[in-house]
Write a protein that binds this ligand. Structure first.
Ligand code: CO8
Length: 260
């Protein structure tokens, strides 16, 4: 049996996905990406899973990047296939109709920062560090970094990080909008789970529509995005959850959403 590099644990509707390759600081080899892709597929099909947290094993690294040892002798064709495959896996995370939170426990470099950025929300340990150091290796980010970073933090900061390859600490990452919240290391998983729990109390359909509206809309003009929002907003009114949520509000009760 092949070695497991991605662990999955589901508890109370929250799936914790742990990249577990500590000897290489959880670097994303092809095997890791394949296993991560399969775990995300399994999670999509599993109705019991309502939210996902992605983290790294140990306290040193979330993911220290793509696997440099595996890339050093790659041909251009192999590098292209590697990049295309990673993009597919990260898109499957971004497009998963369930919320995904990155719990960044340490270094999130290169492909690691790109993985965190494919998630919906990033919670960071105060000991985490972020960066796109590809330029120091004679390459550029190849798992979405040049695109998602500028969308998240703006072109100027993205250029600075990508062109200098410098690392920034968690507080700096928070100040530029790369990270949503920074917490002490011992509070990392607790905080990520609290955020996941808060979200999964809401209608899973509304959550998936909201995620789709934001993710698709950001690729469109404002006018197109607003039209797209109208469609998804309208879809909300075909759900029982819309009735449940509004009726509960008017009756001063707490809604229990059905996901229907
Ligand atoms: N790949 C493979 N192995 C790694 C990686 C990595 N990204 N990062 C760390 N390791 C290994 C080290 O080689 C070392 O192995 P060994 O013990 O066998 O020597 C072990 O992990 C521990 O690392 P260090 O001894 O270096 O630990 P330090 O505490 O001294 O340093 C750092 C920690 C700062 C995180 C350092 O390891 C480092 O700089 N790592 C590389 C970070 C990096 O450059 N990441 C970007 C990689 S490129 C990338 O992600 C591109 C994505 C798009 C690719 C598109 C492909 C087509």
């Amino acid at each position: 049996m092949s070695e497991r590099f991605v662990d999955l644990a589901v508890e109370n509707g929250i799936a914790v996905v742990t990249i577990n390759r500590p000897k290489s600081l959880n670097a994303l080899s092809v095997e890791v990406l394949e296993q991560l892709g399969q775990v995300i597929k399994d999670i999509e099909k599993d109705d019991k899973v309502r939210a996902v947290i992605i983290t790294g094993s140990g306290s040193k690294a979330f993911v220290a990047g793509a696997d440099i040892a595996a890339m050093v002798n790659m041909t251009a064709k192999e590098a292209r296939d590697y990049s295309i495959f990673a993009h597919k896996v990260f898109e499957s995370i971004e497009q998963l109709p369930k919320p995904v939170i990155a719990a960044v426990n340490g270094y999130a470099l290169g492909g690691g920062n790109e993985l965190a950025m494919a998630c919906d929300i990033r919670v960071a340990s105060s000991t985490a560090n972020f960066g796109q150091p590809e330029i120091t290796l004679g390459i550029i980010p190849g798992f979405g970094g040049t695109q998602r970073l500028s969308r998240l933090v703006g072109k100027g900061k993205a250029m600075e990080l990508i062109l200098t390859g410098k690392m920034i600490d968690a507080k700096t990452a928070e100040s530029i909008g790369l990270v949503n919240v920074v917490v002490p290391p011992e509070k990392l998983m607790e905080t990520a789970k609290e955020i996941a729990q808060k979200i999964i109390n809401f209608s899973p359909l509304a959550i998936s529509f909201a995620k789709e509206a934001v993710n698709r809309g950001i690729e469109m003009t404002l006018e197109q995005g607003c039209k797209y929002e109208i469609e998804l907003w309208t879809d909300c009114f075909t759900t029982e959850d819309q009735d449940i949520g509004m009726t509960a509000f008017l009756n001063k009760q707490k809604p229990t959403f059905k996901g229907a």
